[in-house]
Design a protein. Sequence first.
Length: 43
Amino acid sequence: MYRVDVYLNNTFFATKDVSFQAVKTTGQSAPTDDSGLHACLDA
């Protein structure tokens, strides 16, 4: 879990906790990088 400051259009919006989960996908749904991580953001 990482605490991050969220900015929208260069304006501070909020401070949120962001977690990362491993993602295993193949084919066209595969991410464009090979980190295997996906940020889990909620509003």
